[in-house]
Design a binder for this molecule. Structure first.
Ligand code: HEC
Length: 181
């Protein structure tokens, strides 16, 4: 009887080590998608991805009709696809984000048009099974500095889908990754 506790102790120490190293390597290898607790989810349940501010750029756009400018960012799956030209269709797990600012002039260099007030962020998540009813993409938008979810009910996404259907032959995505020589 006396030997047992010692044996168990050794084993549990060993398995503790093993478990923690497995957990550590999992944490290092799994692409981590965590979602904000402070920003409210969109009416369809889609949450604001926490890492979004650190995503890399796919392209930018400038709208002359409403005097705004945008950057289009992607999560790591999107960036890999965009850099290798594998974007039609975009791979499952892709998240594209668009951040929109009002245009303003640079205070020193007047002809430079730079981002002014922040207007909104919006995302598209590719998952043909989960988002079958909205043609394979999950849509969400948050308005203003307070990042208030856009839309009253899940049906808001139909508005997104119907306009994005214009880009149907491009997997419902308007943005073509900007060429970087
Ligand atoms: C009236 C048309 C229209 C509607 C409605 C619309 N979009 Fe878009 N969206 C565009 C266009 C055009 C672009 C190309 C980039 C730009 O804004 O200049 C775009 C780009 C995007 C992008 C970047 C990827 C891409 O397709 O280029 C995301 C993300 C996005 N929209 C999300 C949404 C969400 C979410 C909704 C609904 C809440 C929505 N959009 C509604 C026209 C629309």
């Amino acid at each position: 009887m006396k030997q047992f506790p010692l044996k168990i102790n050794l084993n549990s120490k060993l398995s503790c080590k093993l478990i923690s190293s497995v957990l550590l390597s999992l944490a290092l290898t799994l692409p981590s998608i965590s979602y904000s607790e402070t920003v409210q989810p969109a009416p369809n349940g889609i949450k604001y991805p926490v890492g979004l501010k650190n995503w890399r750029v796919i392209s930018s756009s400038y709208r002359s009709d409403n005097n705004t400018q945008r950057v289009i960012l992607g999560n790591s799956i999107a960036i890999k696809a965009s850099r290798s030209g594998a974007t039609n269709p975009w791979p499952t797990g892709t998240i594209l984000a668009k951040l929109v600012w009002k245009n303003t002039e640079h205070p020193i260099w007047k002809t430079a048009v730079v981002p002014g007030d922040f207007l909104q962020s919006e995302i598209m998540i590719k998952d043909p099974v989960k988002y079958k009813s909205t043609k394979g993409w999950g849509y969400a938008r948050w308005k203003g500095d307070k990042q208030v979810p856009y839309g009253q009910s899940t049906s808001f996404a139909q508005e997104c889908v119907s306009c994005h259907t214009k880009a149907k032959d491009n997997d419902y995505v308007f943005t073509a990754p900007s060429r970087i020589p």
